[in-house]
Design a protein around this ligand. Structure first.
Ligand SMILES: Nc1nc2c(c(=O)[nH]1)N[C@H]1C(S)=C(S)[C@@H](COP(=O)(O)O)O[C@H]1N2
Ligand SMILES: [Mo]
Length: 323
């Protein structure tokens, strides 16, 4: 390992030539795609630039991002941890693989289909889809059912704004979020570990709760591919698996969608998936969690600490049966 490499040694000299060339190609492609995103997003933002986030400087920065009273002031997880410890089964089943394998994902051009019980079904280009909205920073707790957690400064669009604009009809009671199916780019989709594409769903009122966002960035920058570029769902009072990555379709439907993890193992993964320290997963007690970068576990809190904002959604429901 090279420690403290002198500034005058060029990257190409310390890396085998073939690797270097491949990496250079990737970096060029990645930055071209990324710059396209930033440029496309920038003119559409009408919010006040009151969030001065210090990004890690890896990807293009998002500007004109509003801050939010819904953000936590808890210590944020390190970008280097949160962008290298991922669940994204389309790119491998272990935590380190997505950061390596998702590099090949092409996030431009990217289409988003709006389907089902909605005023105007449409297929929109990603940049066209996000254009009407003001981006907000939402610093949220993030809790995986595997009992690791993080604090993440997401940047996104309130889902309620999107729903209002898309005008679902009175028949729409649930929203289904469908993610990309493309085994050429996502080689693990050849593997039947999960049913592809990865699908998640929310009740319409859950989708419209002020906490629910579609994220297009984190840590002041556009999303890295492994965290769900170009756009992913974030529902902070639910286990992380509800947050489908790399979305291509939003469907307004009448009945409860059957999501990927419900199909995989019904007793372990329910539709609601609300963070609940009193209801255990068959293999993981949910009493405690460990934050990325920390060693001492902490107690998990009901609805991941968002009880004030979401408890009313479940008034009168048995959360043991509706897990
Ligand atoms: N398409 C897709 N979305 C997904 C997953 C996945 O495997 N594929 N994993 C889920 C799980 S289990 C979690 S915990 C979160 C992890 O998001 P992160 O890697 O950004 O922390 O993404 C969710 N969204
Ligand atoms: Mo997860």
């Amino acid at each position: 390992m090279l420690i403290g490499k002198p500034a005058d040694i060029r990257y190409s000299e310390i890396t085998p030539k073939a690797t270097y060339l491949r990496r250079r190609e990737f970096l060029q492609a990645a930055s071209a795609a990324a710059v396209g995103t930033a440029a496309a997003l920038a003119p559409s933002l009408s919010g006040t630039a009151d969030a001065q986030v210090q990004g890690p400087g890896v990807l293009p920065k998002l500007s004109n991002v509003k801050t939010s009273a819904l953000s936590t002031t808890e210590k944020q997880s390190a970008y280097s941890d949160f962008s290298t410890y991922n669940n994204f089964y389309e790119f491998g089943a272990d935590k380190a693989s997505p950061a390596i394998n998702a590099k090949r994902l092409k996030t431009r051009p990217w289409k988003i289909a709006i389907e089902g019980h909605v005023a105007k079904p449409a297929v929109l280009d990603f940049d066209e889809f996000v254009k009407p909205y003001v981006l907000e920073e939402r610093i949220y707790r993030h809790r995986c059912v595997e009992t690791w957690s993080a604090v993440v400064p997401w940047i996104g669009i309130p889902m309620a704004d999107i729903v209002r604009r898309l005008q679902p009809t009175s028949q729409a009671r649930f929203v289904e979020f469908v993610t990309l199916f493309d085994p050429v780019q996502m080689p693990w989709q050849h593997d039947a570990v999960l049913q592809w594409p990865y699908i998640e769903g929310l009740r319409l009122d859950e989708a419209m709760n002020p906490l629910t966002i579609l994220a297009v960035g984190m840590y002041g920058e556009i999303l890295p591919n492994q965290n769900g570029a170009p756009i992913r769902l974030v529902v902070p009072w639910k286990y992380g698996f509800k947050g489908g990555k790399s979305l291509v379709k939003i469907r307004f439907v009448e009945s409860m969608p059957r999501s990927t993890w419900m199909i995989k193992e019904p007793p372990a993964y329910g539709f609601y998936a609300n963070v609940n320290p009193t209801v255990d997963h068959p293999r993981w007690s949910q009493t405690r969690e460990r934050r990325l970068g920390e060693f001492v576990p902490r107690r998990t809190t009901m609805f991941n600490g968002y009880t004030d904002q979401v408890a009313k959604l479940y008034a009168g429901m048995d959360l043991r049966r509706n897990y």
